[in-house]
Design a protein around this ligand. Structure first.
Ligand code: NAG
Ligand code: NAG
Ligand code: NAG
Ligand code: NAG
Length: 230
């Protein structure tokens, strides 16, 4: 059984464009860098790609995601940052506000979920690679001052994700547009979201062929895992 699965995986990797080059310099790619100070984090960032292994995050990869951005604003407490985030999913905007604290080279958040973040080394001159630890998993986020990065820059991020054994990242599609900062008709503020808002999102999700396919694929792959364990 094991042999068959290995052959199937090999065939699939060939079909999907051949073997990826082995990543050998993971020590370098996962090196934590020093945060120069709060100033370095402030302002608007485009969220280009993100990978997390918390439960349920696999679904994200099958959603129709558009542009995503966030803005860090200084508060009058010297080490605290207000965060505003906006992401387009199925043409609808979802926004949220939270607060983070920079201390001892680590950015911490309490709400909406506890997270501690450090920055990893990157060859991209105007990017941040944010490595996050949550209570239920880990994540890596790729932020830039630009709305698009080069293929080489995105490839470096993808390698960092591989080095950390995280699932392949969700790429936010800047071509589908960004949400405005001001709330509009199609915006749901997740800080004050109602049950109805979640039903709308659930409706969008269930109405999407890609998502249904994604869910079936994940069920299928867990079956394969079960068979493999026998
Ligand atoms: C921030 O500064 C304003 C005005 O200077 C003050 O009213 C407010 O209480 C301060 N907030 C905090 C959290 O210190
Ligand atoms: C709101 O979103 C829907 C898709 O969910 C889109 O068809 C519609 O044009 C949007 N309306 C506005 C005002 O952006
Ligand atoms: C600061 O961070 C370093 C490395 O992550 C850790 O070893 C040290 O204990 C931390 N210091 C404080 C005061 O939290
Ligand atoms: C998430 O990834 C990290 C790093 O590879 C790993 O230590 C952790 O166990 C993973 N968590 C889950 C829930 O898969």
């Amino acid at each position: 059984m094991m042999g068959f699965i290995l052959i199937a995986v090999a065939v699939l990797s060939l079909l999907s464009g051949g073997w990826s080059a082995p990543v050998t310099n993971c020590d370098d790619l996962t090196q934590i860098i020093e945060i120069q100070g709060r100033e370095q984090l402030l302002g608007r960032w485009t969220n280009l790609a993100e990978s997390t292994n918390t439960s349920g995050s696999g679904l994200m990869s099958s959603l129709d995601v558009g542009g995503s951005w966030l803005k860090h604003t200084a508060t009058n407490e010297s080490n605290t940052i207000d965060v505003f985030e906006a992401v387009k999913i199925f043409g609808r905007c979802y926004t949220s506000r939270s607060t983070k604290t920079l201390k001892n080279n680590t950015v911490s958040a309490e709400q909406p979920k506890t997270a501690s973040e450090v920055l990893l080394k990157t060859g991209c001159p105007d990017c941040l690679v944010v490595s996050s630890k949550y209570t239920s998993g880990q994540g890596l986020q790729f932020l830039s001052r630009r709305n698009k990065v080069t293929a080489a820059e995105m490839e470096e991020f993808t390698k960092q994700v591989e080095c950390l054994n995280l699932p392949s990242p969700v790429i936010f599609d800047s071509d589908k547009g960004f949400c405005p900062e001001e709330s509009t008709k199609n915006t749901t503020d997740l800080n004050t979201a109602t049950e109805e808002d979640y039903f709308k999102l659930a409706g969008d999700i269930l109405g999407s062929e890609d998502v249904v396919k994604g869910v079936l694929e994940s069920i299928f792959s867990s079956l394969v895992d079960l068979i493999e364990e026998d």
